[in-house]
Design a protein around this ligand. Structure first.
Ligand code: GLA
Length: 380
């Protein structure tokens, strides 16, 4: 279908096409840029692109969902969806993976934008795979983790979002049926199969989370401040907050300001909860899995302060419903989505029940999606 859209808009056939899933993070929030652990999974919602290189430097885009756009490859970012594709192309050209030319790109996506399911990482990853396949320079060896780093760079430099590595790694490197336990300091991952009989449900708070608004960057800055304070208080070289251990907190409680202390406490606790959830999946201990997810949400609410009343309500209301295993906000927060693990046999009744409670509280229907853990991006 994305090839047909290409032909309709630009005429002729595209040179290549690729798809990338979005991702949902099961646990490990705001730990990626703190050198910690995350446990995301790719989801079935995806973005598809088809591309054709041009001889000149013009980039023309057509997205069924976001409309048409055009800009020069080297024009500055315009605050438009095409920035993600142009940024990716420029970073890949810098790395010698594609030729330094403009291109046409058609995009079809069922991933909601601004909901915290990594629609921008998906656009970058799909664009990257398609451009590399189309360029003929593709003989150059590249590996997926390296590609994830390049796509992350495109997002930071061209879209102006100071994100970590999690989203790009998840959409490029996930395996079906598994979450990805990623150590963001070493940038090393292993697949953690999800227990049988579980469904992933994603509920949208409907509060659009605008990362550019600066609250995400503010959290990063607070963590930098906490790290500086911890280095000073402990007299140790620390590469990140994830190198703190629980016994450090006795001293940190006396020296860090209250906000910095709460941010550091979240990061250290969250890394432990990622390990706990991965272990619970391995042993099939659903009670322990749920406990880790609910505790993560609580820490994001109280210590990291990135939840909203809508996500708090979706998590709280999930507790009492039959088949509910665990729930928490997912992604950056400030709105966006919640993720729920639910026993498959109960999933539909669970979704209906949770939607009804949300409607009673907030007077509107929440969007929601069912998904299995899906495969990472590929050529189509
Ligand atoms: C956004 C960023 C990620 C990560 C999460 C919070 O999704 O893009 O890198 O920091 O927020 O865990």
């Amino acid at each position: 279908m994305v090839r047909a859209l290409f032909a309709e808009v630009f005429g002729g056939a595209p040179a290549s096409a690729a798809r990338s899933p979005g991702r949902v993070n099961l646990i490990g929030e705001h730990t990626d840029y703190n050198g910690g652990l995350v446990l995301p999974a790719a989801i079935e919602l995806a973005t598809r692109v088809s591309v054709r290189p041009r001889a000149d430097a013009l980039v023309r885009g057509c997205s069924r969902e976001r409309g048409e756009a055009r800009a020069g490859l080297y024009d500055p970012p315009a605050g438009h969806w095409l920035d993600y594709a142009r940024g990716t192309a420029r970073v890949l050209a810098d790395a010698g993976l594609v030729r330094d030319t403009g291109f046409e790109i058609a995009v079809l996506s069922d991933l909601p934008e601004g909901a915290g399911l990594s629609s921008s990482a998906a656009l970058e990853a799909a664009t990257a795979l398609a451009l590399i396949a189309a360029s003929g320079v593709a003989e150059v060896a590249f590996d997926r983790p390296e590609l994830a780093r390049l796509c992350q760079r495109a997002e930071v430099e061209f879209a102006g979002v100071p994100c970590g590595i999690m989203d790009h790694y998840a959409v490029l490197c996930s395996e079906p049926g598994s979450a990805l336990l990623l150590d963001c300091a070493r940038v090393e991952a292993r697949a953690v199969p999800l227990p049988d009989g579980l469904e992933i449900l994603i509920f949208d708070t409907g509060i659009e989370r605008a990362l550019r608004e600066g609250r995400y960057a503010a959290r990063r800055a607070e963590c930098e401040r906490a790290l500086e304070g911890a280095r000073f208080a402990l007299g140790r070289r620390l590469a990140s907050l994830s190198e703190l251990v629980p016994s450090d907190f006795e001293r940190l409680e006396r020296t860090l300001d209250a906000v910095a202390l709460r941010r550091a406490r979240h990061v250290v606790g969250e890394n432990a909860r990622v390990r706990a959830l991965a272990a619970a999946f391995a042993s099939g201990d659903l009670e322990a899995a749920g406990a880790a997810m609910f505790a993560s949400h609580e820490s994001l609410r109280v210590d990291y302060e990135v939840t909203v009343p809508e996500s708090d309500a979706l998590v709280e209301d999930a507790r009492g419903l039959p088949g509910s295993v665990g729930a928490r906000m997912t992604g950056a927060g400030f709105g966006g989505c919640t993720v729920h693990l639910v026993e498959t046999g109960h999933a539909h009744a669970f979704a209906t029940g949770l939607a009804r409670r949300f409607r009673d509280r907030f007077g509107r229907e929440p969007r929601h999606w069912f998904s299995r853990a899906a495969a990472g991006a590929n050529l189509i």
